[in-house]
Design a protein around this ligand. Structure first.
Ligand code: C2O
Ligand code: CU
Length: 493
């Protein structure tokens, strides 16, 4: 969910841009200095004429895996899950659970239509699997132990291969003991490029926002720390990470746009992306571009969700400031007595400002799903207290382990009413199929994860167009999924 920039701010921003554009045109051939109006500096260069500052993203660089396959349309990699000692807190060693020894896992990046082959090896002390969050993969590649594959046991290997059907920002993580394993570091970004995306969006910057629960020696707190009480609230880590680092630095140049693709793999934490209320031009989210852009002054990002926007640096050259985490409402007590925290330093380099490129408004056609005759399904997200010391969550009052699958057929369309009568928000996620949120106030887009705030409901349209099999749906506060807020959907041919 997003918040619109208030009209005045948006209006004056537009004025500013058009003024700048106008002056940019009339001042061609002139230097950037004007004796009449020394206060208004007019950039002499456009964003597309300059590069990002030297070393702009070094501090948030992600690991790039080696492509073993010479075919330009196939990305084939080895990926080993293992424990790697890292210095997260200064001077302390943390045994992080990793994909390939890096935090986050390597950036898997290919273009739409490519095939990806991942030779996965489990060298962790526990069984695991990889779920490709948001990707439309064949059912047997979905990575859910007990449902689509056997767990990948200690020392075992499994090869995942699939074709990338949709451009967008995705990610991968285990689907077994996931609250614990994700909390220990098991997540990585997966970007599917669309070679036709307008260049004006700017240079890509993939940012993985997460957190970790560490004690003062840098050791993980037990994954069930806090017991039933924490099951109910969900466990937010005490250390906030951006691309696996505490308070890394990003360098920007005033006016030089960057395309931020932000992923939230945190087991519970919600993020509000906001930088001094400067305009963020949202391009889309879970499954690539939305129908059109939207200018916002902040974007809420719930666990497992992605957002894709153009960040236009507005600070004066030489400014150093913080991108902060803000307490984000997600239900009972979630913002009480909490304060913002410094997340990433943004240094605006001391170079003359450039004129931002114009971002197109219309991005993509999103054909609405035809819901005439669609079957209505109620998904009531529920919390029960079997006794004083435990909490159980479920769908329609039934925890995952007692549930039977929802049913559907290939070619069928359903409208899911996802209702939340509880005191906590739940980020709802469906495997295998994208849905459309039936809400006229939202920009049309394809999604796989959506927040269901306290005591609200959303209607989601979903069409089971291909790939029969059993798919999961669940709350992506992984602590909630762990105590039962999860179900299966069986799509028959
Ligand atoms: Cu991010 Cu069931 O998954
Ligand atoms: Cu939940």
């Amino acid at each position: 969910m997003k918040y619109l920039v208030n009209c005045a701010a948006q209006f004056s921003f537009t004025i500013f841009l058009s003024l700048a554009l106008l002056s940019g045109c009339t001042s061609t051939g002139q230097g950037s200095s004007s004796s009449q109006m020394p206060a208004l500096e007019i950039p002499s260069l456009r964003a597309s004429q300059v590069s990002q500052p030297e070393g702009w993203n070094d501090d948030v660089a992600l690991t790039i895996p080696v492509d073993l396959n010479p075919d330009p349309n196939i990305l084939e990699i080895n990926l080993e899950a293992k424990i790697t000692n890292m210095e997260i807190m200064p001077g302390k060693i943390t045994p992080v659970w990793t994909y390939g020894g890096s935090l986050p896992g390597p950036l898997i990046r290919a273009k739409v239509g490519d095939m990806v082959i991942i030779h996965f090896k489990n060298n962790l002390p526990d069984s695991t699997s990889i779920h490709w969050h948001g990707l439309r993969v064949p059912n047997n590649m979905d990575g859910v132990p007990g449902v689509t594959q056997d767990p990948v046991d200690v020392g075992d290997e499994f090869t995942y291969d699939f074709v990338l059907q949709d451009a967008g920002t995705f990610w991968y993580h285990p689907h077994i003991n996931s609250a614990a394993q994700v909390g220990w570091g098991m997540y990585g970004p997966l970007i599917v490029e669309d070679p036709n995306d307008p260049k004006e969006f700017g240079d890509d910057l993939v940012l993985v926002y997460s957190d970790m629960s560490l004690d003062e020696d840098g050791q993980f707190l037990p994954p069930d720390v806090g017991g039933a009480f924490s099951d109910l609230f969900g466990r937010e880590g005490n250390i906030i990470l951006v691309n696996g680092k505490v308070q890394p630095k990003l360098k920007v140049r005033k006016g030089k746009q960057q395309r931020w693709r932000v992923i939230n793999p945190a087991r519970t934490r919600y993020y509000t992306i906001r930088y001094k209320r400067q305009p963020l031009i949202r391009l889309g989210g879970d499954s690539g571009l939305a129908e059109h852009t939207e200018t916002l002054d902040q974007i809420k990002l719930v666990p497992s969700e992605r957002t894709d926007f153009v960040f236009t640096p507005h600070d004066e050259p030489g400014t150093v400031d913080w991108l902060r985490w803000y307490p984000t409402e997600r239900g009972y007590g979630s913002t009480f007595n909490r304060f913002s925290e410094e997340m990433m330093e943004i240094e605006t380099v001391d170079e003359p400002a450039v004129l931002p490129e114009t971002i197109p408004y219309a991005l993509r056609t999103i054909e609405p799903i035809d819901i005439t005759g669609a079957k209505d399904v109620l998904i009531d997200l529920t919390i029960t207290f079997p006794d004083d010391n435990s909490v159980e969550m479920g769908i329609n009052g039934i925890p995952f382990w007692d549930s039977s699958p929802l049913l559907g057929r290939i070619g069928e369309t359903q409208v899911w009413t996802v209702r939340n009568d509880t005191d906590f928000n739940h980020p709802f996620h469906l495997h295998g199929y994208f849905f459309q949120v039936l809400d006229e106030n939202r920009v049309p887009e394809w999604k796989d994860s959506v927040d269901i705030p306290v005591r609200t409901e959303l209607k989601l349209a979903v069409r089971f167009d291909e790939r029969p099999g059993t798919w999961m749906y669940h709350c992506h506060i992984l602590d909630h999924a762990e105590v039962g807020m999860m179900g299966t959907l069986r799509i028959d041919p």
